[in-house]
Design a protein around this ligand. Structure first.
Ligand SMILES: C[S@@+](CC[C@H](N)C(=O)[O-])C[C@H]1O[C@@H](n2cnc3c(N)ncnc32)[C@H](O)[C@@H]1O
Length: 229
């Protein structure tokens, strides 16, 4: 059977999935991630779930073409997945707020028994802040690059301490600093945050607290970037 080629972003997520996992892929869309993992034998079983029928039809075609069994569920978030059906959950290609909403609506994801592999497209700082505020520990972060864009993939588990952390300390986690490519990623992030600061400084009516918060974000990232040299 023909192998399924994953994009660098999806390949990065696939590499973090434990061998023999029972995976629930939420927002599966084309189903390429679970189909590829089933084909390679890396996972013992996988479920694909999506909020829309069109993507599920696409996933069903991909699974059939590659001859793998991929049960599909039509539902929002984890509504159609029972905790005992999986030990690993992946949610990729969605906004950070949507990812947090999906986890909040399925409190069993915080039980420490499930590994969560999450690849947010936006609001990454806010998502880290949410994890720490809700007892989810960031065990590992990896950085991948697809064309000109960088993505982070977070490997997260519940059952940790609750920590209230200011947003300026959520631009990266200690785990991200260990990742290959962390320095390049931080450099790009620093450039982006400096541009945002300059934009604020040239504006007329920017709140003082917002400006101070942005300065602090730039300072924290710059320090971490320099220390990685
Ligand atoms: C951009 S695609 C990402 C597909 C794939 N996970 C990837 O990373 O390549 C986002 C998918 O998530 C689905 N989706 C969006 N919100 C969702 C939700 N709350 N619950 C389940 N699926 C959702 C969309 O229908 C779409 O198929």
């Amino acid at each position: 059977m023909e192998r399924m080629i994953l994009t660098p972003r999806l390949a990065c997520i696939a590499a973090l999935i434990p061998r023999g996992a029972r995976l629930a892929d939420i927002g599966t869309d084309h189903g390429k991630l679970p189909v590829s993992l089933l084909l390679s034998g890396r996972v013992a079983a996988a479920i694909g779930s999506d909020i829309r029928q069109g993507p599920l039809d696409h996933a069903a075609r991909n699974a059939a073409e590659h001859g793998v069994a991929l049960p599909l569920r039509l539902a929002a978030g984890l509504e159609a997945v029972r905790p005992e059906e999986c030990d690993t959950v992946s949610i990729a290609g969605m906004g950070g707020q949507t990812i947090a909403d999906i986890l909040a609506a399925a409190p069993w994801t915080g039980d420490g028994e499930h590994l969560l592999l999450l690849q947010p497209m936006t609001m990454v700082y806010e998502l880290r802040q949410w994890f720490w505020a809700h007892g989810y520990m960031i065990e590992c972060e990896t950085v991948c690059r697809e064309e000109r864009r960088y993505y982070v993939v977070l490997s997260v588990r519940g059952g940790g301490p609750v920590r209230v952390v200011p947003l300026s300390s959520c631009a990266f986690s200690p785990a991200l600093l260990q990742a290959a490519g962390a320095r390049d990623y931080l450099e790009k992030l620093l450039q982006r945050e400096i541009r945002a600061l300059e934009g604020m400084q040239s504006g007329s009516a920017v709140d003082r607290a917002v400006l101070d918060g942005q300065r602090e974000i730039v300072r924290v990232i710059k320090q971490a970037w320099e220390e990685l040299a």
